[in-house]
Design a protein around this ligand. Sequence first.
Ligand code: B3K
Ligand code: ZN
Length: 862
Amino acid sequence: MAQQTMNRTATSRHDYQPPAFLITQVALTFELDPKATRVTSVMQVQRQSEATCLKLDGQQLRLISVAVNEQQLSAEAYQLDEHSLTLTDLPLCFELRIVTEISPQTNTALEGLYLADDTYCTQCEAQGFRRISYFLDRPDVLAEYQVTIKADARRYPYLLSNGNKVSEHLDQQGRRVVQWHDPFPKPCYLFALVAGDFDVLMGNFITRSGRDVSLQLFVEKGQGHKGQFALDALKRAMAWDEQRFNLEYDLDIYMVVAVDFFNMGAMENKGLNVFNSKYVLADPATATDRDYFNIESIIGHEYFHNWTGNRVTCRDWFQLSLKEGLTVFRDQEFSADMSSATLCRIDAVKLIRTAQFAEDASPMSHPIRPEQVLEMNNFYTVTVYDKGAEVIRMLQTLLGRERFADGLALYLNRHDGQAVTCDDFVRAMQDASGVDLSQFSLWYSQSGSPELTVRQHYDSAAARLTLTVKQHTPPTADQTDKQALLMPIRIEFLLPDATKQQHVLQLTQASQQFVFDNISAEPVVVWLEHFSAPVKLHANSSDDSLLQIAAMASDGVARWDAMQQFWSGKVAQVIAGHSAETVLPTQLFDMMKQWLHQPGADLALTAELLMLPDFDSLAEQYQQIPVDGIWQALQQFEHLLATTLQTALRHCYDQLAGQAYQYSEYAVASRRLRALCLRYLARVDSDAGLTVRSHYQQADNMTDTIAALSAAQQTDAVLFSELISDFTARWQQDVLATDKAFALVASNPSEQVFSGIDAMLQHPQFSWKNPNRIRALFSAFSLRNPKQFHRVDGKGYQLLQQTVARVDVINPQVAARLVTPLLSWRRYDSTRQQLMQQALRQLAGSATLSNDLYEKVSRSLD
Ligand code: B3K
Ligand code: ZN
């Protein structure tokens, strides 16, 4: 790949200027060829201002010709550099014709047009279109697209692009020629092209107004049987958006293509979604319950973008959360309606508490609407997406579901066909609801995780309860001064007479009191029900109160959260030198035994209540992360619980035994609880090996198989090595199942992990060019194996550093995601700090460092 000189200048949100020219129509012709694809672009251009100079973005393109109003320009008439093509002396309205040549086969960055597994595929968001042709590659230039694709007819029977198919024929050279037209003006980041041979699943959906939409799902040849779940999920998403938000699909055709080479989850290109095959293909033998869940959620997410993102798009990339935060919120609501709402919320909360709080505490900290960006791809973050979704959720809590829906309707009506800002969104919410949202807007500009300290005071003579809430947002790497935010705090009182009361507090000040009269006795207060705001809570609750909340609160999320807080306190005590045996009250074991004997209606919640917090949630409680302390405390508690609860665990495990596989809320929950019992039992059961082995052997689905493998991985190195060999051999031909083997090998907490990873690099399915393979091995290692990744001899950091360096040359976007765990070196002890910094410095020293990596590494070393 030709090396480019890097442009290391960051852009700022405040530098926005409206475009000096508009491109209203584009006709693109692609003559597909692996190394020399010819792209002819004919654009109708309008000048907007006095500007006479049109600077088009372009990267890694070979310019063949430029013509203005059919007049070819000579090389003196334009300026060309590695990032742009500049034309001058232009009329008010003109036709611009540009011919370029590109090389899809050597495009390993998987941005723009690339060829992998004999499929041509595009990825244009955020700025990939400039690798296809010279263009105004910015989201506020909306054009109507006409696309013609020409390719070898036998090899590439399906030639796809956005919108409706207009014509199809064979030309004299035996090439198939297909023409598409998308009637909806769109920014170039939503352009897509796919060419290849596929298994096709067809379906249809009749919209509420009676339009018959053809649904087409394209998957790798031979994998057709694994597409039905995704196709059905798409229908559910279409119906749900009509019911919940009155939003109907707008074209006659909706296509989804699954490819194995893809930088992220999926992409919402208008009428032609492209998906990572991991989020489309599923059958019980190869996909876990989690995979099924993700497929439904991501299919929904990309579909919901059709309104929140495509019909109304972003003015500039700083506004990314406008479409992403909102669309994540919408997909979360969809998933909550399709499966266990409590579990969905718990998962979302876990993500905020681990990855998002960690990002806020890292050198990459940024508000949901970033201020400064060098490489836009670095800002598709948990902050923009998931904290963004929390901000939308708070709006819904503050306004109420109805006024929130009115606000969304007004926003979409008012701005249909436009490229707008987060401020436009908030304004629509404010106009529709009549609620002043000026203070609320701070959530868009302020980074950091607010910390709430809460206290209660009960005056029995006056029957009065006074709650005091203080908020404080610590400074972050990007911003020192923080202000008080407006947020909803949902609470519940658990009164001694078993009655309950619920309230929503509106916190606006740094310190605020809320007074409740006629409270007959001092209640236990459940704070932040349903995680009503993305904050860290310090409640100083007693063990008794926490266990009472875990047993009694109305909200399942609050019950789970109380257990998390309980364990977090216990882990801290063990780290401070107490023994695990002495810190746990017997009342805890009684409760847990009862849950195991009577798991209740919501088995999934029961599993969550019985589960220890994960390493990352605990780590986020500490400024300096006590890696070894957390790890050892978790091991001790897990062993202690397993020993004390053994009989009850065994009972529960046996009770939940075997029904044939079904993906239903109950069956998923039952497998989850049973897997948890297995994990504990594997530590103590005298027949542990037998239990795990028989779980593995009897599994008729991937969820149970992985449960057995994970239990062995944590407890029995010999058994794990036997089972993982069997698994790897069995699924040698299936890449997605092989990814699971990679992840299990890489998250093995034993020292074996290094030789295991080495062995997997020799696996016939491993490729340094495939992001799924790399993530399966190395993200599993750096994110799910704290013990080996954070070794004090630095071997873990070295492995990641070498991998990142190697991948950066091939695919900078993937490398920049992979490096993340190293960035937070300041959070560790001095030995680890030095080792992590050393790894980062080695990366920084590379002569070919990509912008993606440079931005992150330099922020971290600053
Ligand atoms: N919008 C895409 C993400 C594009 C990422 C570019 N690096 C998928 C999504 O959020 O739906
Ligand atoms: Zn999205």
